[in-house]
Ligand binder design. Structure first.
Ligand SMILES: NC(=O)c1ccc[n+]([C@@H]2O[C@H](COP(=O)([O-])OP(=O)(O)OC[C@H]3O[C@@H](n4cnc5c(N)ncnc54)[C@H](O)[C@@H]3O)[C@@H](O)[C@H]2O)c1
Length: 297
């Protein structure tokens, strides 16, 4: 049985369905119920409740730890809550897993640990220099995940995800909310908003590729370094808008507002280590993934 903390969220419910379709038994541990149609059993429990976690983890073969507060701006306003859930919650999950004899934890880290990359594409050897409490908490958490492998022989993995997008994503997500917002503006004939000059780049990776990456991580014997999970392609925000317009058969005249404070200029993952270590090869092209979103599927 595989436990997915945060399994009711965007990545979590896709991952649940992906693993269930492979015939795996999946259980969601979350404080919120999953969306309708998620193929998994749901247990309402917080990662801030270590004793209950330990009891509930007994018998699990592996844990995918996704539960987190993902709002970067909120982490600046309330770093304590962010640290409590994202770093403290991870330590609770690890300690409960160890005590319940669960051998594997696959952890959802983030490209936010790099801060503003000095070199593109970013390899895992790039220095870590988070720009927010969210990034700092993720960095602390991933150190603990790898430490538990070293101390207790667990077969843990850390996946540093870039900008995950796909069906059912939250328009407020700091990662790929822009796709949903562009989609809404284009279909409603409104002006899409671009912060800055639109030349800033991101690495958009489809949620199905991310689900596959977690599945590969669980099948692996663990990995002693974090792994970048992206598409390996760098996309300027203006190109993203252009692609979405052409897929919708519409034109748009974006409104440019001043750039967001602390926003990084360029982002793109070097994914060669994940290819080598766990056999991760992203399959969904940006055009293919956007087509699905534009069509509302
Ligand atoms: N979406 C991305 O592009 C992206 C990129 C890098 C990393 N990540 C990481 O991937 C993970 C999943 O992201 P997502 O986009 O699906 O986010 P999401 O907000 O959709 O899902 C997070 C889930 O965690 C749950 N949760 C929050 N606090 C909890 C608690 N105390 N106990 C139990 N559950 C709790 C929420 O209810 C939610 O269902 C997060 O750890 C996030 O930091 C996401």
């Amino acid at each position: 049985m595989i436990v997915i903390t945060g399994g009711s969220g965007f990545i979590g419910h896709h991952l649940c369905n992906f693993l269930s379709e492979q015939g795996k038994q999946v259980r969601i541990f979350d404080i919120a119920p999953p969306p309708m149609g998620t193929k998994a059993e749901f247990v309402r429990v917080s990662v801030l409740d270590p004793l209950r976690l330990q009891k509930l983890f007994v018998g699990a073969d592996a844990i995918v730890h996704l539960a987190a507060l993902i709002d970067v701006q909120a982490s600046v306003a309330d770093p304590f809550s962010d640290f409590q859930v994202n770093a403290g919650g991870t330590l609770n999950v690890l300690e409960a897993a160890r005590r319940a004899n669960v051998p594997k934890v696959a952890f959802a880290s983030s490209a936010a640990v790099y801060g503003n990359p000095e070199e593109i594409p970013v390899t895992e050897e790039h220095k870590t220099d988070p720009l927010s409490p969210y990034g700092a908490s993720k960095l602390a958490a991933e150190r603990f995940v790898l430490l538990y492998s070293r101390l207790y022989g667990m077969k843990n993995t850390v996946l540093r995800m870039f900008n995950v997008y796909g069906r059912g994503q939250n328009p407020l997500s700091p990662y790929s909310g822009v796709i949903k917002k562009f989609c809404e503006a284009i279909s409603e004939g409104k002006q899409p908003i671009i912060y800055g000059d639109g030349e800033q780049t991101r690495d958009f990776v489809h949620v199905d590729d991310v689900a596959n990456a977690f599945s590969l991580a669980l099948e692996s014997g663990g990995c002693d370094t974090p792994l970048n999970i992206g598409s390996g392609k760098e996309t300027p925000i203006l190109d993203l808008l252009e692609k979405m317009c052409s897929l919708s058969g519409k034109t748009s005249n974006p409104k440019f507002l001043s750039g967001l404070k602390g926003e990084i200029k360029r982002s793109c993952a070097d994914i060669s280590l994940a290819k080598r270590k766990i056999g991760y090869y992203p399959k969904v092209s940006l055009e293919g993934g956007l087509k699905e979103i534009v069509a509302g599927r």
